[in-house]
Every structure is written in C-alpha cells, then in structure tokens.
Design a protein around this ligand. Sequence first.
Ligand code: ARG
Length: 465
Amino acid sequence: MSNKMWGGRFANGPDAIMEEINASIGFDYRFAAQDIRGSLAHVAMLAEQGIIDRDAEKAITAGLEQVRREIEAGTFTFSRALEDIHMNVESRLAEIVGPNAGRLHTARSRNDQVALDFRLWIRDTIDQLDEQLRDLQTAMAQRALDFAAAVMPGFTHLQSAQPVTLGHHLMAYVEMLGRDRGRLADARRRLNECPLGAAALAGTSFPIDRSQTARALGFDRPTANSLDSVSDRDFVLETLSTASICAVHLSRFAEEIVLWTTPQFGFVSLSDKFTTGSSIMPQKRNPDAAELVRGKSGRVIGALTGLLIVMKGLPLAYSKDMQEDKEGTFDALQSLSLCIAAMAGMVRDMSPDLKRMKAAAGSGYAIATDLADWLVRALNMPFRDAHHVTGRLVAMAAERKIPLEKLSLTDMQSVDPRITPAVHDVLGVEKSVRSRTSFGGTSPSNVKNQARSWLKRLAKETPQT
Ligand code: ARG
C-alpha cells in the first residue's frame, strides 16, 4: 500500500529497508508536544485568516487535544509506516475528525513543521539546562562559602604552585558555568524566530499571518527568509557547541574529583551515594559518577561534530540528511543534563580532608613566591633578584629536606644578609592565601564576597517557564 499522506503518485509501498532507513518516528516521537502546539497555533491562524472555516478549526483543535491526551496517556500507537511524528499525529487526527483533518496541512509543509518543532524543543531544553546549571552553581557557591578559608595546593602543570583555597577553586567553576549559561541565553535569543509558514521552501500563496503564529508560540518574530527557515540548523549547532563547552568544564572538574579522591591525593571523599565498589578488590571505592561525567563529554562533542559534518555539504533548502540532526542532539543534551545533575550531587556530597589539603598546600615549597614577594617589599629588591635569592633558599631547604619556614635566620642571612626575622610573617600557607587580596585573588575574604554575591544573584534568578 502506498503512503496515505503523500502516496498519490505511488502505486506501491516502499521496500522494508527503505521504510527502515526513512523512518524517524523511533526518535522524533519526542517532538509530540511541540508538534501539537505548533499545529494548534497554525490552525487558529488559518481560521483567523479565513483560510479554513470555524467548524473545521473547532474539529481540528478538539482532535489535536485528543491526540495529545492519547500520547500523554501512553495509549497512542506510533506507526513506522507513517514515517515521523508529523504524519503519525495527522493520521490519527484524520481517524478522529474525518476529512476536515486534511485542512490542517494547508500552507504548511513538514519542512517548516520540523524546523518549528525542533526550535521549540531546543528552546524548552535550553530552559531546563539553564535551571539545572543554576542549581549546580548554587551548590558550588554554597560549598565555596563553607570552604572559603580551606587551604589546598593550587597547581600549574599539576605541580604545586601556590596555595589557594578550596572555595576559590569551586568559584572558578561557578564562573565557567556562568559563561555557559550566558552562551545558552545567547543561543536562545537568536533561535527565537518562528519558521512556520515558510512551507516547503518558497513560502505560500495563502494569505497567512506569520506574525500571529510567531506570537502565539512565544517567538519574537517570524524568520525572514523561507529558504533559510527550512534549511537552518544553526540553533542546534549553537546549542551543541555551548553544550560541548559546558561538558568540557564538567569533565575538567570530574577529572579533579577523580584525582582528589585517590588515596595518593586524599583531598576529598565521596560517600556511598556517588561511588561504587570493586567486585574483586574489597578496599576500593571508585568515583564512577565523576568518571562518567568525564566520559560523557565525548558524546556531546561527538554530536556537535556529527551535525557539523551532516550540514557542511547541503545545498539549500531541505534535504533528508537533516533528519540526522536529531538522535545525536537528543543523546547529547540528555547526557549533559544527567552530568549536571550528577555533578551537583557530588558537589553536595563531597567531604574534604582539610588537614591533608593544608599539609599538601605547604609541600613542594609552594610559598616560595611569598618569600620572593617579601624580599621585594621589605628589602626593595628587584623581583628578578628576589626570585634568584629565593631559589637559593629553596635549594638549601630542599637539600636538608625541611620546609622553607624551618630555615634558621642565620641560614637565610648566609644567602642574603639583609633578611630580617620579619620574613617569618609571610612564611605559612594560611598567611599566603590571606595575603592574596588583589581583585579575583584567593584570599578567604575575597572568596566569601564572591560566593555571597553569586548566591544573591542566583537566588534572584527565577526559572524561565
Ligand atoms: N522526518 C523529517 C525530518 O526529520 C521531517 C521532514 C520531512 N520532510 C520531507 N520533505 N520529507 O527531517
């Protein structure tokens, strides 16, 4: 049997393999709510413009509401022979309301329909992700306030560099996620134009009112070029690139959690809630959630790469290749959502070992810069000379296997006789972090201020509906 939606010129049905490669209902069923929303707006506009009569409008509207209820209740039967969500909905509509259902598709094509559904879906998903990111930032800023003064080593090259605080480290991620949310908001602003009414590619001869449907669906305006409207997937690409950057941020923190929870670092531990055991090594507690957050970033980046490649060779306007825009996107954004939730869980769950972090902060001569800075300040030495003197003191301490602050004044004066006992005022990890009061620096008072102002801002942001 030929397809009942478009089979007029077809005598026979497709080969089974054709049906399999062609169908998208296996994944685009996720657009059901958006598809019905779009159709309701379209049918209202058609009636308003006198393109269909009010009886047809009423019948179609009631029928669409019924289809929605059936889908929500799980009683709707999706059919692969009907290819996609658009034809599944319309075919059921025809069963419910009869021939009037056929008027719904006036001045519309599946090309503008799918472009609309996907925009609506992406917009909803952006709003959900934004809310989740807000929650993760809140969790991080709260913990940052708790640990504003908790000293730990700061690294460069993964070598102890200078002491920082755990609060400062957490606030670094709050900033990153803030930028991610900014990028999501930018993508949302740009995508918020309505492609409905572009029809197949050239627009339509019916007197439609595209501004009405745009407004009804919460868009700022209709898209301006019908060819662009049906062939554009920038809104997916932008969202996936934002998602990729965000996934990379989460992956970097996940990597740190993996390191920090090793017995070798021992900076933090996670409870039973976010770890698993080994079936052979009874002592083990593995940070699987963190590893999976790190691992899933690959899928998100993969979806972006995949779609860029799908799009790169497509002439205007719609080509069926574009049906490949969905599965990777669904998978990527669902994975990201799960990763954000897991990260928020781990941030709330983790308990730092403050003693161990502090001890580690002092090892590796991490306060050498403080000593050099003191030489500059107290003795008016040029920084390069101070760096050299400090290097010699570090070498001396390292040779004796003692920390810098354990060098006697006499020893220090043997390197530079101008050094006074006041040098001990700066030797110590807590003193070091307290002194880093420059804007954006790691001092506990800075960190507290930053965390408090973020928490205030986050509490004020009401979730978009
Ligand atoms: N299922 C299709 C997609 O996802 C809908 C658009 C079909 N358009 C067409 N001209 N066959 O892209």
